[in-house]
Write a protein that binds this ligand. Structure first.
Ligand SMILES: [Zn+2]
Length: 484
C-alpha cells in the first residue's frame, strides 16, 4: 500500500498551505496563553470558536470538564475521531527563539512540552478534513475532541466512561516530537492518580497534645508504609507522591493532611493491585492515628496502545508529504539548543522515521490510554521540536513559537488530514483496522478503572492560574487566526 494524493487530499493539503500562517498564529496564541490543566479557558475558547466558524457543531463542558469540547461535522458512518491536549505546566515559562533559559514571566506557567502545537494541529487538520468532506462529497462523521489537563492525566477516561467513543470507528492522537513518524504497540503505562486525605482533630500542640488526633502523623505513616512496600513492588511499578496538606503552624495539631499519589504499572490490572495495596497501607495509617481516611481518585487510565494498520496509513501519508526543509540557521539553532540541554547535537532529522516494529513500552502515561483500548487508535508524531530534549525542561519550550515549530505543525496537520481522508474515501480499510485491533487486544476486555460515579476535580490549578492570568495577558498574541 502506498498513499495516493487524491483530489480530496490535495484539496486539504492546499487548504493547509494557504492557511499556514493561521495555523502558526493559533499555535503561538496557545503558547502565550500558557494555561494549566482544567484552566484552559482562553485556549479552548479560541479553538472552539474557530471550529464553530468553520461549520462544526460544538458541544462544550464534556464529562464535567469546563474546558473540554466535542466538535462534530457530518453524519452517519464511518465515525472518525481526532483528539489531543493543549495544557501547559507550572514554572515552565520559557521564551521561544532563544537557546538558553529565559522566562517570559518569572515563575509563571508555560508550554515546555508542545501541547500548544498539538492543539493547533488538531484544529487545522479538522477544518481541512471538513472542507474536503464537503467539497468532495465524502460521507461520514468527524468528531474532534479537546482534552483538558493531559499533564494531570485526567480527562479522556471520563469521556470514554461517559460513552463519547461508543460510536467511533477509529481515533487519532497527535503529539509533538523531534521526529515525523507513526508508532504502534503499547507505548505508555497505566496510572491511577489519587488523593489520600486523613482527618483528625486539632488541639494546642503544647498544652494538650494528648487530646489531638494528628492527620500529619497519618500521612507520614502512610509514606513509611509505602517505603517498606517498595521492596516488594515489581521493578516496572512506580509510586510517587507530593504533600498537598500538612498543617499550618507547629502549635496546632493538623486536623487535615493529604498526599497526592501517582501509581503506575504496565497493565491496568497491575496498577489496580498497587492502588489496592496503597489503600490498605493508608487504612493502617488511619487506624494507628485514630484519623479517618478519604480517598479521591482524580483519574485512572489504561496504558496507551496504537494500532498497526492505522500506523501504516499514517506512515504512508507521512512519506507522501515528506519532512519540511530546515534552513541552515534552524539547524544551527537546534544544535546549539541541544548542546545547552546537554544532549546529542543531532540537529533536525532530514527524513521521516521509517515505520518499525512495535514500540517499547516506556514509563510515562497519557490520558488517551482508555480510548486506545475502546477503539483502534492511531498515533502521529510530528516534527515541531528538537530531538532528544526532555519535556518540562526549559529547552523543550525554546522552539515552540518559532517558524521551525510552524513547519512541523503544517506537515503534522497534513499527515493527520491525509490519513482521515483515506478512511473516509476508502471505508473498507476499516475492516483491516478492526481485524488487527482485535488481534492486538488479545482477548483483553476494557473496563474503566474510574470508581463508580467519580467526578473530575474541577478546581484543580484554579488558584495558581488566577494568580498568573493577568500578568500573562500582556504577552498574548495581538492577532487572531482566521482560517479561510
Ligand atoms: Zn504531551
Amino acid at each position: 500500500m502506498s498513499a495516493i494524493a487524491t483530489n480530496a487530499k490535495r484539496g486539504a493539503f492546499d487548504f493547509l498551505d494557504r492557511n499556514a500562517r493561521e495555523l502558526a498564529i493559533l499555535s503561538d496564541s496557545i503558547f502565550y496563553f500558557g494555561e494549566l490543566g482544567l484552566q484552559e479557558y482562553e485556549t479552548a475558547g479560541l479553538m472552539t470558536s474557530l471550529l464553530e466558524e468553520a461549520g462544526f457543531l460544538v458541544q462544550r463542558g464534556l464529562s464535567g470538564f469546563e474546558t473540554a469540547f466535542l466538535a462534530t461535522y457530518g453524519s452517519g458512518g464511518p465515525v472518525i475521531a481526532l483528539h489531543t491536549e493543549y495544557d501547559a505546566n507550572p514554572e515552565n515559562s520559557q521564551k521561544s527563539g532563544v537557546a538558553h533559559r529565559e522566562e517570559i514571566l518569572e515563575g509563571a506557567p508555560g508550554h515546555c512540552e508542545g501541547h500548544n502545537v498539538n492543539g493547533a494541529v488538531l484544529v487545522a487538520a479538522a477544518i481541512a478534513i471538513k472542507r474536503a468532506m464537503q467539497e468532495y462529497g465524502l460521507s461520514g462523521t468527524l468528531k474532534v475532541f479537546g482534552a483538558p489537563a493531559e499533564e494531570q492525566i485526567l480527562s479522556r477516561p471520563y469521556f470514554v466512561r461517559d460513552g463519547y467513543f461508543d460510536d467511533v470507528d477509529a481515533a487519532f492522537h497527535n503529539h509533538i516530537s523531534g521526529e515525523f513518524k507513526a508508532i504502534h504497540g503499547i507505548t505508555h503505562v497505566a496510572l491511577i492518580s489519587a488523593v489520600f486525605r486523613f482527618l483528625g482533630e486539632s488541639v494546642h500542640a503544647s498544652t494538650a497534645p494528648w487530646k489531638g488526633r494528628d492527620a500529619l502523623d497519618a500521612i507520614m505513616l502512610m509514606d513509611a508504609g509505602m517505603a517498606q512496600h517498595r521492596e516488594h513492588m515489581r521493578p516496572e511499578m512506580r509510586a510517587h507522591r507530593i504533600v498537598l496538606e500538612g498543617g499550618h503552624q507547629p502549635n496546632v495539631i493538623p486536623a487535615r493532611a493529604s498526599l497526592w499519589w501517582y501509581f503506575r504499572d504496565p497493565t491496568a490490572e497491575g496498577v489496580k493491585s498497587l492502588f489496592d495495596k496503597a489503600h490498605k497501607i493508608a487504612q493502617g495509617a488511619a487506624l494507628m492515628t485514630d484519623t479517618s481516611l478519604e480517598i479521591d481518585v482524580l483519574s485512572a487510565v489504561w496504558p496507551v496502545r496504537a494500532n498497526q494498520t492505522l500506523a501504516e496509513i499514517l506512515q504512508q501519508n507521512i512519506e507522501l508529504i515528506g519532512m519540511p526543509e530546515w534552513s541552515a540557521q534552524e539547524q544551527d539553532f537546534v544544535r546549539s539548543l541541544q548542546i545547552q540541554a546537554k544532549v546529542e547535537p543531532t540537529g533536525m532529522p532530514l527524513t521521516p522515521t521509517p515505520l518499525r516494529g512495535p514500540s517499547p513500552q516506556r514509563a510515562p502515561s497519557n490520558d488517551c490510554g482508555d480510548i486506545s483500548w475502546k477503539v483502534p487508535m492511531g498515533r502521529l508524531s510530528f516534527p515541531s521540536n528538537a530531538p532528544n530534549l526532555s519535556f518540562h525542561h526549559w529547552s523543550a519550550g525554546a522552539l515552540l513559537a518559532t517558524p521551525l515549530a510552524h513547519k512541523g505543525a503544517l506537515v503534522g496537520a497534513k499527515a493527520l488530514s491525509g490519513a482521515v481522508i483515506d478512511l473516509f474515501e476508502q471505508p473498507h480499510m476499516l475492516d483491516e483496522v478492526r481485524r488487527t485491533f482485535k488481534d492486538e487486544l488479545a482477548g483483553v476486555t476494557y473496563a474503566s478503572l474510574l470508581p463508580e460515579g467519580q467526578q473530575p476535580p474541577a478546581a484543580l490549578n484554579k488558584d495558581m492560574m488566577e494568580r498568573w492570568r493577568e500578568p500573562m495577558r500582556a504577552f498574548y498574541m495581538k492577532e487572531r487566526p482566521n482560517f479561510r
